[in-house]
Design a protein around this ligand. Structure first.
Ligand SMILES: C[S@@+](CC[C@H](N)C(=O)[O-])C[C@H]1O[C@@H](n2cnc3c(N)ncnc32)[C@H](O)[C@@H]1O
Length: 236
């Protein structure tokens, strides 16, 4: 077992030092098909922060990509707000749910089954990229590659929105602990300081707050335990 540095993995150079791929904890296809799990995000409602970005005029219709789109709830919302949307997920079953949701809402979404590491995103093509709950499932050494590909896919004045587990909802393990223990938790819980440090290598942070819990009749999804972050790409 190679010795793992106790420093967080921030850059692609840091990530290249990690020669171990861990087994992934969650089989996403099984997650969606088995029906055994009923997590709060299996809803038709879009994230409250995503709706707020539009209401506040921070987002406008344009080219959008939803990364790890799940059942497509946020992708469909983006299409309803006039965006041209690509929505990517590993799970065929999740994408099937997304197609049904889009049909029901009478909007077009370009759903794609695949890994965000394999689907070729046009460079400088997107006005907006959104990740609701994907980053905290990525193995730490994959994070810089992911953030770099999102940065490159955005227009220079593009925007990146994200929700991500805080330490109350995810497992608050440091990068080195995860490799030393040889297993990915079911979701990494990030402290605000740690997540800012990671994101700031690739993005300028515009807003960093907690997701707001919603009342049942709000028509929006919001729960405790998630950060809601809005960023702009840094260009080297
Ligand atoms: C916590 S779920 C969130 C789903 C959706 N964004 C939502 O908020 O409803 C994480 C999603 O990321 C997807 N995912 C995980 N790794 C992925 C990868 N490498 N490429 C594409 N999708 C991935 C999973 O299939 C799952 O649907």
């Amino acid at each position: 077992m190679p010795v793992i540095s106790q420093n967080p993995i921030l850059t692609i150079e840091d990530a290249e030092q990690i020669k171990i791929a861990l087994p992934d904890r969650i089989d996403w296809e099984n997650f969606y098909t088995s029906g055994k799990r009923n997590p709060p995000f299996l809803t038709d409602m879009p994230d409250e922060n995503l709706a707020a970005y539009f209401e506040q005029g921070r987002l406008n219709p344009g080219n959008a990509v939803d990364l790890g789109c799940g059942n497509g709830r946020n992708a469909v919302y983006l299409a309803k707000r006039g965006c041209r949307v690509d929505a990517i997920d590993l799970s065929t079953s999740a994408i099937g749910k997304g197609c049904s949701l889009a049909k029901q809402a009478e909007v077009d979404v370009n759903f794609i089954v695949g890994s965000i590491f394999d689907v070729l995103l046009g460079e400088g093509y997107y006005d907006f990229a959104y990740d609701s709950g994907l980053l905290h499932h990525l193995q730490p050494h994959r994070r810089p590659y992911y953030l770099d590909l999102v940065r490159k896919a955005l227009k220079p004045n593009g925007v990146f929105g994200m929700t991500c587990f805080d330490t109350s909802a995810g497992v608050p393990k440091e990068d080195w602990e995860i490799y030393e223990e040889g297993g990915m938790p079911s979701g990494i819980g990030y402290s605000g300081d740690r997540l800012r440090r990671i994101l700031q290598h690739f993005f300028e942070i515009v807003e960093f707050r907690s997701m707001k819990v919603q009342s049942e009749d709000s028509g929006l999804f919001g729960m405790d335990g998630l950060w809601a972050i809005l960023m702009r790409p840094l260009h080297s």
